[in-house]
Design a protein around this ligand. Structure first.
Ligand code: TPP
Length: 561
């Protein structure tokens, strides 16, 4: 037996050298040499129960920490099970390194057992990918993979390693280094042009996207807000970049945005887009979006500039530097700011819903208030996700983890696993719907195995609520395949997985239940029965302009929940 390391051993030692502490995965035939090298290595490997869970958990780990997430899977079905998670990270620009086993090189191209061309399949949803042919290349390839995942606009990369390459002994390996990358410095003349536009604007507005936090620029953004006094709206991914309680923050814009945010976008004369990509959920009908505004667009990715909306001034480069460099001498915008604040107050959410049933928006508001500054929400996809975006308070950045671009149901539970491991001293809560929860329900076993004290709030409306809402509003109440009234008893299921679990059905139980949930020591599920007819408001109908928001109408006077 050679004293030289195998390719697999190099994978493990290089991951450690690159600073990896935790990774998520699931073993199988083609990746066995790597799992063999992993045992006893000191790396914390979390054995999830489905590879999709590994990718989502690694994604949330990356979002919560700002580091690179790492996941592993075997060839064939193991690798394809990662795909939804890879696409999710790609859409939301999350740095993720995915390592897949591949069948031996002599079997590649023969339709060998568990062979799939994962490089080919993932081509449109990765920043870069490698098929390793020589084990000596492993350190250099992994170093490059980590660099590419993080640099510029972050995203997922894939390293596919055939079994024989992993098993082979290496004679000499290339060092694990990759030239340091530094973000392009924004052009000074563009910064000056932007400052001039801001100085001249009567109704400027910040449009904060997820890119600000990805650039580690949240504090700079908070300072810029304080320095200029310009109101701000955010995208779904931008939530938490500035505290949601901040006076100048008007809320999320777009389809389920706040009325104040959408009014401000309609009226602004200068939209300052920072790390935002003019996604259709944010803009609504594009040619009616910010109709009176000039646009300043700052982004690390030049491909975003002028993609959907022409920018008067484009600033390509590191967003942190851009935001810190913007130092306009502000004109008098007091009237505009007062108007925005008045709209925010006038159109504030109300929580006095009729009836005694649990009102989900009120519950979520109470949850975030009780969890306080250490609250981190890992959301699933549906009505509950939009309610979290609308009604929860987020005091710090990286606290709102959601599948924004891809909208992948099943994200919430594994994302909670990843986030709680990353931030053990925070109140990490997965907020899920009954449909979404079922998609990765098996990860409760992961919580139990490692006794990860994640808290789960399951908002159960016995249906695919968001789809039901659209069918009600836009398909003449033709309810097609959205009924989940034959759900299992989730409290029993959670207990069978080893979690503590309890249920509430009435409004008066909310406070006590949240206190109990947050105080619980182990992984705990709170099952909440909510009214299946409840809808998310406001709503910009598909294809409409953000000015055309549909609203809920209540007759009772407005008071607090
Ligand atoms: C993997 C996946 N499949 C389908 C959809 C389409 N979809 C979006 S929301 C939704 C319903 C979600 O239901 P649930 O998780 O119960 O949440 P609710 O809307 O009831 O809060 C569906 C089916 C999706 N986003 N992701």
């Amino acid at each position: 037996m050679s004293n030289q390391p195998t390719g697999a051993q190099l994978v493990i030692s290089t991951l450690k050298a690159l600073g990896v502490e935790t990774l998520f995965g699931y073993p199988g035939g083609a990746i066995m040499p790597i799992y063999d090298a992993l045992a006893g290595s000191g790396l914390q490997h979390i054995l999830v129960r489905h590879e999709q869970g590994a990718a989502f958990a690694a994604d949330a780990y990356a979002r919560a920490t700002g580091k690179v997430g790492v996941c592993m899977a075997t060839s064939g079905p193991g690798a394809t099970n990662l795909i939804t998670g890879i696409a999710n990270a790609y859409m939301d620009s999350v740095p993720l390194v995915c390592i897949t086993g591949q069948v031996g090189t002599h079997l590649m191209g023969t339709d060998g057992f568990q062979e799939v061309d994962i490089l080919g399949i993932t081509l449109p949803i990765v920043k870069h990918s490698w098929l390793v042919r020589d084990p000596a290349d492993i350190p250099a390839i992994l170093a490059e993979a980590f660099a590419i995942a993080q640099e510029g606009r972050a995203g997922p990369v894939l390293v596919d390693i055939p079994k024989d390459v992993a098993a082979a002994h290496v004679i000499t390996s290339h060092p694990a280094s990759f030239p340091a990358w530094s973000a392009p410095v924004p052009d000074e003349s563009a910064i000056a042009a932007a400052s001039a536009l801001i100085e001249a604007a009567k109704k400027p507005l910040f449009y904060i996207g997820g890119g600000v936090e990805m650039a580690h620029a949240s504090q700079a953004m908070r300072d810029l807000l304080a320095r200029t006094g310009i109101p701000a709206v955010s995208t779904l991914k931008g939530i938490g970049t500035v505290p949601t309680t901040e006076d100048l923050y008007l809320g999320m814009l777009g389809m389920h945005g706040t009325r104040a945010a959408n009014i401000a976008v309609q009226e602004t004369d200068l939209l300052i887009a920072l790390g935002a990509r003019f996604d259709d959920r944010a803009t609504g009908k594009l040619n009616a979006f910010a109709p009176n505004a000039k646009v300043i667009h700052a982004d690390i990715d030049p491909a975003e500039i002028n993609k959907l909306r022409k920018a008067e001034v484009a600033i390509v480069g590191d967003l942190k530097t851009t935001i810190e460099s913007l130092k306009p001498v502000m004109g008098d915008i007091r009237k505009w700011v007062e108007k925005c604040k008045a709209d925010k107050w006038e159109h504030r959410f109300r929580y006095n819903a009729p009836g005694q049933g649990v009102y989900a928006p009120g519950l979520l508001k109470t949850l975030s208030e009780k969890a306080g500054d250490k609250f981190i929400a890992a959301c699933d996809v549906g009505q509950h996700q939009m309610w979290v975006a609308q009604h929860c308070e987020f005091a710090h950045n990286r606290s709102h983890l959601t599948s924004g671009g891809s909208g992948a149901m099943g994200y919430g539970l594994p994302a909670g696993v990843g986030a709680k491991l990353a931030m053990p001293d925070h109140h990490v809560v997965t907020i899920s719907g009954d449909g979404s929860f079922m998609m990765n329900i098996q990860e409760m076993a992961t919580l139990n195995r490692y006794q990860i004290p994640l808290k789960i709030v399951l908002l159960d409306n016995s249906s695919l609520g968001l789809v039901r809402q659209w069918q009600e509003l836009f398909y003449q109440e033709n309810y097609s395949e959205i009924d989940l009234s034959d759900n299992p008893d989730f409290v029993v299921v959670a207990k069978a997985f080893g979690l503590d679990a309890f249920r509430i059905t009435h409004r008066h139980e909310v406070e006590g239940a949240i206190d109990r949930l947050l105080a619980a020591e182990g992984p705990t599920l709170l099952h909440v029965l909510v009214d299946p007819r409840e809808n998310v408001w406001p709503l910009v109908p598909p294809g409409a302009s953000n000015a055309e928001m549909m609203e809920e109408r209540w007759d009772e006077p407005l008071d607090s929940y």
